[in-house]
Design a protein around this ligand. Structure first.
Ligand SMILES: [Zn+2]
Length: 94
């Protein structure tokens, strides 16, 4: 069991005007594939996420959050778990 409870949600990135949107990339660690803003990961990495974690991510997804930049803490946590799951699988494959 890996219990690194990371909460790296940066609260300072709010209300500082509107910086230009950088390209949105896959959230899997080390992956630089560009994906649509509403997607957490590229297809390849998303497929490595266990189904229940995938469901968790979509269950907490709120339409338009990627535009408003206001995903819920629940979404971020679900996303984090999915990212961890992929990292673990990739480590096992390496
Ligand atoms: Zn990826």
């Amino acid at each position: 069991m890996n219990r690194t409870a990371r909460s790296r949600i940066d609260p300072t990135r709010r209300s500082q005007g509107r910086p230009p949107d950088p390209p949105h990339r896959c959230h899997a660690r080390g992956c630089t594939t560009e994906v649509a803003a509403r997607l957490l990961m590229c297809r390849k990495h998303w497929r490595m996420v266990p189904r229940d974690l995938q469901r968790g991510v979509w269950a907490h997804y709120v339409d338009g959050q990627e535009v408003r930049k206001d995903p819920t803490p629940e979404y971020l946590e679900a996303a984090d778990r999915a990212i961890d799951a992929v990292a673990e699988k990739e480590a096992a494959l390496a």
